[in-house]
Design a protein. Structure first.
Length: 76
């Protein structure tokens, strides 16, 4: 099962503002160790030299599919 997270701004107990991950499935905040694990994975993925090309091609594919779906909905 994959997790979907929201990046939310919070005010910590000491009054400082910061950003934390919130799990959309159970609405709990992600603990420090789990968040650092995700950050490590994101850092590795975004440091990959071909990430920009991959993102661009995926976004084009998704937008094309959305355009096709939207066009099909207009026919009904």
């Amino acid at each position: 099962m994959s997790n979907i997270f929201k990046f939310i701004e919070v005010t910590m107990n000491d009054g400082e503002k910061g950003f934390l991950l919130k799990n959309s499935s159970d609405l709990n905040l992600v603990n420090r160790n789990e968040a650092l694990g995700y950050i490590e994975k994101l850092t590795a993925a975004y440091n990959n030299p071909s990430v920009d090309q991959f993102i661009e091609s995926q976004n084009k594919r998704i937008n094309t599919e959305l355009d096709i779906e939207f066009t099909m909905d207009l026919r009904f």
